[in-house]
Structures are given as C-alpha cells and as structure tokens.
Design a protein around this ligand. Sequence first.
Ligand SMILES: Nc1ncnc2c1ncn2[C@@H]1O[C@H](COP(=O)(O)OP(=O)(O)OP(=O)(O)O)[C@@H](O)[C@H]1O
Ligand SMILES: [Mg+2]
Length: 288
Amino acid sequence: MSASLKAYQGSSGYIVSDELSNSVNIAISLKKPLLIKGEPGTGKTMLAQSIAESLAMDLIIWNIKSTTKAQEGLYLYDTVQRLYDSQFGESDVSNIKKYIKLGKLGESFGASKQVVLLIDEIDKADLEFPNDLLWELDQMSFYIPETKETITANQRPIVIITSNAEKELPDAFLRRCIFHYIAFPDPDTMESIISVHHPKLERKLLEQAMETFYMLRNIPDIQKKPSTSELIDWLQALVVGGISPSKIKKELPFLGVLLKKNEDLDVLLNQLQGKGNARNSNVLGRFR
Ligand SMILES: Nc1ncnc2c1ncn2[C@@H]1O[C@H](COP(=O)(O)OP(=O)(O)OP(=O)(O)O)[C@@H](O)[C@H]1O
Ligand SMILES: [Mg+2]
C-alpha cells in the first residue's frame, strides 16, 4: 500500500475490525468502489460516515429507492422550469447550463476536494441500476449532451456502496468492486461497540442484557433477529426505565425494542412455555 495513503483505521464513534479497515484501504488504493453487505444494523451506512470523518473529507450520500434511476445521480435537466421561464420569466433561457442540476454522483465528481460518496442500499433499485452506472464509476466521467459538456472528477471520490442483499447484483458490477461482508459482531466486539454508545453502563446490566440478546438471536425460528442498533436502543430503554439487572432475564422488559414481529414474539413465548420456565411467568402473563 502506498506510503502516501492516509490509511483508514476507524474513528472515535465507530468500531472497525482489521479486516474491514484493510478492505477500505485496499479499495482506496486500487481506486475501486467498496461494496458492503451485512445484516441490517451492522454499521454499513455508518462506515461511510466514519471514513469521511477519519480522513477529514466531505460525505455525499445518495439514498437509493425502488424508483431511483442511474441518470438522477448524474444530472437532471429542468425542462419544466425552462419552459416556465420562457413564458413568464424575464431571464435569458438560452443558457441551458442554468437548468442542469447535478445529481449526487455528479456533485461528487465536481467537488473541489476528494469526497466520500455513499451509494446507500443499491439493491433497492431495479437490476438495471448498477449496470447503468458501470461506465461512470469506471471512468469517473460523464457527458451532458444538452450543454456538450463532460464532467470529470477532479479527484476520484472514495465510493462506498451498501446492500442488504434484497437482490443479487449483476456480475459485471461485482467484478468492478471490492467486496466486504460485515459479520455480525461477536460478544467482545459488541461490548466495544456498546461502550462507544453507552460508556458508563453498569457492568451487571450490560452482562444480563447481552446474555438475553444473544439468547434471542440464537433462537432458530426467529425471523427478524435483533441487531446491534436494537441492542443499543434496548440498553437505553433499560437505563431510562430504571430496570434492575436482576429483572432483565425474568421479565424481558421493553421486548418490543428487540422483537418487531408478532410471529417472533410467538416463537419466543412458545419456547419459554415449552421449557415450563416458571421464572418467565411474568413475560407470559404480559403477552397472553
Ligand atoms: N461498528 C460499529 N461501531 C459503532 N456503532 C455501530 C457499529 N455498528 C453498528 N453501530 C450502531 O448501529 C447503528 C446502525 O448502524 P447502520 O445504520 O450503519 O447499520 P446498517 O448496516 O446501515 O443498517 P441497515 O441495513 O438497516 O441500513 C448505528 O447508528 C450505530 O449506532
Ligand atoms: Mg444502512
């Protein structure tokens, strides 16, 4: 890796594994987009924020929706405004440049300094979307026929692309990316992540909550397993609610912060009932 490269090593609010920071640094030095997959809540979106913060760069976020088209990321030509101005305005409408608005990709190319570009949740769009961006992401350049202008990146942005794997991405697209899967954090890593968000947590409360959390995640039939962000919220609820650590396993307070599906609550309650778990009679009573 080039010595001049400002290597990314995580940031104060974001815990990063060595493998992940290596992937980031390799993607930067190979000048390729970094494609990040992983369960919801495993810090995919936050990674881009952390890179931007740690390398002191601006972050441009392109949130992808089911209706997003690749063209929107490049530029939009506001023909309606131009027509309006031609009929009712006093300004000169012959200058088409005034009606060209750069999209997020265009903005990142036009930035005067190198930026981090996050293309968040690329799998939300249709299958053509990633293919339609191949050339622009390779060349870091695109042509605007209306103004006969070519927009070329002053400095190649660091491109982070996230996916929840709702759809498979095309091979041609995958070939051009560096790929990293963020594995679900083991308990030690999870403790480090939690300490970033709740630095002053009582030890006993943390232990009891962590045990309960991993117990829930390990129930095989749970469809929507609680994630890192849900554990962070749950700990907050336990603290705010003044819950004593000894009650956590017995009463499973604020369960709705962790389990969001009726079916999953049923699975848990059946499991507790099946075990004839008298300790959990409070939980059963609350939900039956
Ligand atoms: N490694 C980490 N270090 C610190 N906080 C983390 C980490 N991973 C997750 N978090 C916490 O979890 C929250 C969720 O992270 P984030 O939104 O980046 O997840 P995501 O993978 O993008 O989820 P989704 O797929 O639902 O969009 C963050 O706001 C942060 O509080
Ligand atoms: Mg996200």
